[in-house]
Design a protein around this ligand. Sequence first.
Ligand code: PGA
Length: 263
Amino acid sequence: MRYKIVAGNWKMNLNQQQAIQLTNDINEYLSNHDLARQVKVVIHPPLPYLANCVNYISEKNSTTFGVGGQNCYTQASGAYTGETAPEMLKDIGCQYVLIGHSERRKYFNENHSLLAEKVDKALEAGLTPIFCCGELLDIREAGTHEAHVEAQLSESLFHLSKADFSKIIIAYEPVWAIGTGVTASPEQAQDMHAALRQVIAKKYDKDTAENTTILYGGSCKPANAEALFSQPDVDGGLIGGASLKADSFTKIIEIMTKCVKTM
Ligand code: PGA
């Protein structure tokens, strides 16, 4: 099912009190504003605060406001010191998990096959994977960005059955736009999202491609959210820096709601 999603990736930021305050502020905003039916809001707090943040989401918002991990491991339990099973995320009330964020690929050497396993295990645990893909600047400059991102999907997702693939959310995040203040232009985002839908249609079918939720990530903020979210193949954003403050994050939610209503 294709949704409109505003997701916040808090990365390794905030302390416990700030994390709770931010969750509370977003919860309060959602309690006082009607979102369009297909809009969902997700936060990805740091692991130690996850369970606490889940508890600050009121019952009334529980169908719109979800929490996700930033990563998970490939096993359900066992002697894997320091790792988190997808089942554990599910157990504490998470519904989502980020898989393959470019920072995991870069700093923790996560490769296609490991990510494919993480996707499988997250699905098995009943979580919705938000699978991140995107190219480095040199790949964009060489003009091979579409082939690069297609390979990321084909290596880590295209082993899935159609039924399982339809549970995946994709986040296209050009690495050169992450945390840099440089955003992909709405046309660049649209072109890549449309290209991704074509690859998905080729692998599965047109319906599956049309029903896939594809988010844009990389310096998305209130000033550029409307131009990005108005693109026909952009279903929302995975927001880093601008998700750390309630006013900018809720402003982006407001923009998304407005975009959906004028579509
Ligand atoms: P940014 O991060 O919005 O700070 O660029 C996005 C992300 O890494 O998910």
